[in-house]
Write a new protein. Structure first.
Lengths: 287, 284, 268
C-alpha cells in the first residue's frame, strides 16, 4: 500500500481569531516497507500530520492519497481505509477498557466484522507479535498489568487489525530502558516478518538512528528535511537551528572532524565510529 | 546526629499490603546537605516507593527514616517533614490544584497557615526562581508540560524547603521540557543549596548528579559518582539500564585494546582522549 | 473552545460590576430575585427592566448576551405562558372560542409569570457573566463559612468546585484523545440506534473513568505532600475586600426594592 501526501495544510480554528496553522503545504510519499521516523519539536505539527494519515482530521487544503484514492474524497469508505492504516496514539494504554486482555485486543477486529475464528487467530497472533504469552495473559484484566505490558496490549489491539501501515506516536514515551527496548525490537521484528510499513514519531534520535530508513523533519508545520538518517544527521546546523538534537555518535563525528581528523562527514552509528577510531589509533601507533 | 545529613535511611524496608515481597528491602543510605543525588532504576525497582517514604506518604515497615532529623514515623513531625522536603511528581497535570498559576503556588502556604500578607512576596519570588513570573495569571492547562512542572517546583519552593524530591518529574516530558526542568532544579541546588533527590530512569539525567544510587528489585545495588557507576558497563547492562553512549563506546574500544582512560561520559572527554592517543598530523 | 467551558458563562471584561465583591454580588442577586417576586404591576416590571438595563450597561455586557441566556428556557416560558393563560380563573372574558376561554386576569397572570421567569434568568445571568467561577466558589465558601459550626462542609465544597474547574479542560482533552484512539480501532460513535450508540460509549467511558480515578489518587497524594489537611488552620491567598462601590451597589438595590414596594402600595 502506498500513501501520498500532497500539499497538505491544516489550520486549527480556521476563521477565528486564534487560528493556528499546524501543517503548511506538506508533501511526501511513503513506499511499502519503509521505516519512517518523524521528528520535530512538541507543537511542530507531527501529531496533526499523523492523524491526517489515518483520516481522523480533514485537511484544510491538500490531499492524502491511499493507493491513489483520496482519503477524504466523496464516496470513499474512510472506515475501511482506516483499518488498513493502524494508528497507535501516545500513551495508548489509556484507551484500554475491556475486562480481559484478549477481549480488548479483539475490539478492533470485531469492529471490522470478522468471524470469531478469525478474531481469535488475530488476537493470538497480535499477542505473539508483542511478546505477551497468550496462555498467561489472555484472560487477565489489562488493568492489572505493568505499564509496559499495558502499552504492549494496546499496540496489539491495533496490530490485530492487521494494518499494512503502522503509525506510532511516541511509542516509548514514559517507558524505562527495558520497556523501550522491548517495543523497539518488537517493531524491528514486525517489519522484518510481516513487511509492515512503519511510521514512528519519536524524540529520541538514538532510537531513530537505530531503526529508521528515512527521516521526515518537521518544524513549525513545514517539512524541512526528508532523507536517510545519514543525510539528515549530517545537517547538524539545520537540526540545531530548529532545536533538535542529533545522535551522540554524529556529534562525536563532527567534533573529531573539527579537531582535524580525517573522517567521513556523515557517520552516525556507534559501530561506524568505533571502526574509525580504531583505524585512527592503529595509524597513530604505526608511526 | 550529624547536622550535615539531610536524609538518613537506616535499614528501611517497605512491603505493600498483600504484596508477596517487599518493594524496598533493607535500604541504608545517607544524603548530605547540598548534594544532588540521583536514584536510578527501572519501573518497579522500588525507587518511587523510596520517594514516597521520604515524604512520609508511606511509613517504613521496618527500619527508620530521618528527614532533616525528623523521624517520618512520628505523627507530630509529618507536616514539618513535608514542608522541609517538598516533592514533585511524575504527571504534571495531576499535581496542580488551582485554576490560576499563582494561586497554585500559594496552595502549600495556605495549608501551612502563612499570613495572607506574607504570601504574595513568597509566591512571586518562587515564580521568579523558576522563571515563570510572566505566567503568574495563566491557567495551568494552557502551559506546556515543562512549564507545569516548574509551577509545581515553585509551589514547593514557596514553602522554603531544604530538600526537593523529584519522583520521575521528567518521565512524561519531551526533551526540551526535560532539559528545562532539570536545569531549573540544578540551579536551585547550586544557588540556594537545596538538597536534591532526583528519581529517574534516564541515565542522561543521572549522569549530571553528584552521586547516583542504583536501585534494582527493591535494593540499593550500587552507589557512587556517575563516572564510577557508568564505567561498570557490564553491570548496568545486566540491570537493563542505559549508560551514556560515549561511555559504552569507550568501553568497546578499550576491549579492542585502545588504552582510553576510565570514566568517560561526554563527547568532549572522548575527543580529548582520542587527541592524546592519536595526535593527527593536521590536529597538532 | 475548551477555554470557554472552564470560564462557564463568564464574560471577561473589566467593569465596576465585575470588580464588585463576589459575596456582595451573590447576596444582591438573591435580593434582586426577591424584588422580582415583590412586583405586581407593569410599572414595577418597567422599573426592574430599567435597573437591569442600567446594570448591564455598567457591566459592559451586550444586552444580546442576556437575551441569549433566556433562549434555552423558551419552551418552559411558552408552556408557563399558555398554562396560565388557559387555566387561570377570571371574570372579564376577552376571547371565547370552542373550549378556549381567555380572561383578562389570566392574560395578566400569564404575562407576569413569564416576565418573572425572564427576569430571574437575567438576574442570575448578570451574576455568572460578571463573576468567574473561581470567585463564585470563593464567595460561596465565605458566605457559608459560619455554617461550619454546624459541621456544614463549606471549605470542602469550595475545594471540590475549584478542583472540578481545574480538571474540566484536562478531562475534555482526554475525552477527545480516547475517542480518536478508539475511532482508529474502528469504533463508531455516530451511527446506529439509541441502544447501540449507548453501547458504543463504553470504550470511551471506561478509560475516562479509570483515568479520572488515577488522577484523583495522584492529586490526593500531591495535595497531602503539600501539607493539605482540610480547611482547619488554613489561611487564604485571595482575600476579598468590600469597597465603596459595594456599598453603592447595596444602596442601589435597596433603592430598587423600596421603589417597588412604594409603587405597589400607592399605585394599586
Amino acid at each position: 500500500m502506498s500513501i501520498e501526501v500532497r500539499h497538505l495544510t491544516h489550520t486549527y480554528g480556521e476563521g477565528s481569531a486564534i487560528s493556528t496553522v499546524a501543517l503548511d503545504d506538506v508533501s511526501f510519499a511513503i513506499e511499502p516497507g519503509e521505516f519512517i521516523g518523524i521528528v520535530g519539536h512538541t507543537g511542530s505539527g507531527k501529531s496533526t500530520l499523523v492523524q491526517h494519515l489515518n483520516g481522523l482530521l480533514k485537511p484544510t487544503s491538500g490531499q492524502v492519497l491511499v493507493d491513489g484514492q483520496d482519503l477524504n474524497g466523496e464516496g470513499v469508505n474512510r472506515r475501511a481505509l482506516r483499518q488498513r492504516i493502524g494508528l497507535v496514539f501516545q500513551y495508548p494504554e489509556y484507551q484500554l477498557f475491556e475486562e480481559t486482555v484478549a477481549k480488548d485486543i479483539a475490539f478492533g477486529p470485531k469492529n471490522q466484522g470478522l468471524s470469531s475464528e478469525e478474531i481469535d487467530r488475530r488476537v493470538r497472533k497480535a499477542m505473539d507479535s508483542v511478546h505477551l504469552d497468550y496462555a498467561k495473559y489472555a484472560e487477565q484484566s489489562p488493568f492489572e498489568l505493568s505499564g509496559g505490558q499495558m502499552r504492549r496490549v494496546a499496540i496489539a489491539g491495533v496490530l490485530a487489525m492487521e494494518p499494512e501501515v503502522l503509525i506510532l506516536d511516541e511509542p516509548t514515551a514514559g517507558l524505562d530502558p527495558r520497556g523501550r527496548d522491548r517495543i523497539l525490537s518488537m517493531l524491528e521484528e514486525l517489519r522484518a516478518k510481516d513487511h509492515t510499513t512503519i511510521l514512528m514519531v519519536s524524540h529520541s534520535m538514538e532510537d531513530m538512528a537505530r531503526l529508521a530508513t528515512r527521516l521526515l523533519v518537521i518544524s513549525e508545520g513545514k517539512l524541512v528535511a526528508d532523507g536517510s538518517p545519514r543525510e539528515v544527521f549530517a545537517r547538524r546546523d539545520l537540526m540545531t537551528s530548529i532545536g533538535l538534537d542529533i545522535p551522540e555518535s554524529a556529534k562525536l563525528c563532527a567534533a573529531l572532524r573539527a579537531a582535524g581528523y580525517d573522517l567521513p562527514a556523515d557517520l552516525y552509528r556507534p559501530e561506524e565510529l568505533k571502526e574509525q577510531l580504531l583505524r585512527l589509533w592503529k595509524e597513530a601507533s604505526a608511526c | 546526629m550529624n547536622e550535615q545529613v539531610r536524609i538518613q535511611l537506616e535499614d528501611v524496608s517497605y512491603t505493600y499490603e498483600e504484596a508477596p515481597s517487599p518493594a524496598l528491602s533493607h535500604a541504608t543510605a545517607q544524603i548530605r546537605e547540598g548534594e544532588f543525588v540521583a536514584v536510578l532504576g527501572h519501573n518497579g525497582s522500588g525507587k518511587s516507593t523510596l520517594a514516597k517514604l521520604l515524604n512520609a506518604l508511606y511509613l517504613p515497615s521496618e527500619g527508620r527514616i530521618l528527614v532533616c532529623g525528623y523521624d517520618t514515623a512520628k505523627d507530630e513531625f509529618v507536616w514539618e517533614i513535608r514542608r522541609r522536603a517538598g516533592m514533585i511528581f511524575q504527571n504534571p497535570d495531576n499535581q496542580i490544584v488551582a485554576t490560576i498559576v499563582k494561586e497554585d503556588v500559594a496552595f502549600g502556604l495556605e495549608n501551612l497557615g502563612v499570613p495572607t500578607e506574607e504570601m504574595l512576596p513568597r509566591v512571586e519570588s518562587a515564580l521568579a526562581a523558576v522563571h515563570m513570573s510572566k505566567f503568574a495569571d495563566s491557567a495551568p492547562h494552557m502551559l506546556s508540560g515543562g512549564q507545569k512542572q516548574r509551577v509545581a517546583i515553585a509551589g514547593i519552593l514557596a514553602m522554603e524547603p531544604s530538600v526537593l524530591i523529584a519522583d520521575e518529574a521528567t518521565a512524561m516530558l519531551d526533551p526540551s521540557g526535560r532539559q528545562e526542568v532539570l536545569e531549573t532544579v540544578r540551579t536551585l541546588n547550586r544557588q540556594k543549596g537545596i538538597t536534591v533527590v532526583w528519581i529517574t530512569h534516564f541515565m542522561e539525567e543521572a549522569a549530571q548528579a553528584d552521586r547516583i544510587l542504583v536501585v534494582s528489585d527493591g535494593q540499593i545495588v550500587s552507589e557512587g559518582t556517575p563516572r564510577e557507576i557508568f564505567d561498570d558497563v557490564e553491570k548496568m547492562r545486566d540491570l537493563h539500564l542505559d549508560v551514556p553512549r560515549m561511555t559504552s563506546l569507550a568501553a568497546e574500544l578499550r576491549a579492542q585494546g585502545m588504552p582510553l582512560r576510565e570514566g568517560i561520559l561526554t563527547v568532549e572527554e572522548l575527543v580529548e582522549e582520542v587527541r592524546r592517543l592519536c595526535p593527527s598530523k593536521s590536529a597538532i | 473552545m475548551l477555554t470557554n467551558i472552564t470560564m462557564g458563562q463568564y464574560y471577561p471584561v473589566d467593569s465596576p460590576i465585575h470588580r464588585l465583591d463576589p459575596r456582595v454580588k451573590l447576596v444582591l442577586t438573591i435580593a434582586f430575585i426577591v424584588a422580582v417576586f415583590l412586583v405586581h404591576t407593569l410599572l414595577g416590571y418597567a422599573l426592574i427592566l430599567g435597573f437591569v438595563y442600567l446594570v448591564s450597561r455598567l457591566a459592559k455586557i451586550p444586552f444580546k448576551m442576556l437575551i441569549k441566556g433566556i433562549k434555552p428556557l423558551r419552551m418552559i416560558l411558552i408552556l408557563t405562558f399558555l398554562l396560565n393563560l388557559f387555566f387561570t380563573a377570571g371574570e372579564t372574558v376577552l376571547v371565547e372560542f370552542w373550549i378556549i376561554r381567555i380572561t383578562r386576569e389570566a392574560l395578566r397572570q400569564a404575562v407576569f409569570y413569564s416576565l418573572r421567569l425572564i427576569f430571574l434568568v437575567i438576574g442570575t445571568s448578570v451574576l455568572t457573566l460578571t463573576t468567574s467561577p473561581v470567585a463564585l466558589s470563593d464567595a460561596i465558601e465565605l458566605l457559608l463559612g459560619p455554617l461550619k459550626k454546624i459541621h456544614f462542609p463549606a471549605h470542602e465544597l469550595a475545594m471540590m468546585m475549584t478542583i472540578a474547574l481545574r480538571f474540566i479542560p484536562t478531562l475534555l482533552d482526554e475525552t477527545d484523545k480516547i475517542m480518536k484512539a478508539q475511532m482508529a480501532r474502528g469504533a463508531d460513535f455516530e451511527s446506529g440506534n439509541l441502544i447501540s450508540r449507548a453501547k458504543s460509549m463504553v470504550p470511551l467511558l471506561v478509560p475516562l473513568f479509570v483515568s479520572a480515578f488515577r488522577r484523583a489518587g495522584d492529586l490526593a497524594m500531591a495535595m497531602e505532600s503539600r501539607c493539605y489537611h482540610g480547611g482547619e488552620g488554613r489561611t487564604r491567598f485571595r482575600v476579598l475586600k468590600v469597597t465603596k462601590n459595594d456599598y453603592l451597589a447595596c444602596a442601589a438595590m435597596a433603592g430598587l426594592i423600596a421603589l417597588i414596594i412604594l409603587e405597589g402600595i400607592f399605585l394599586t
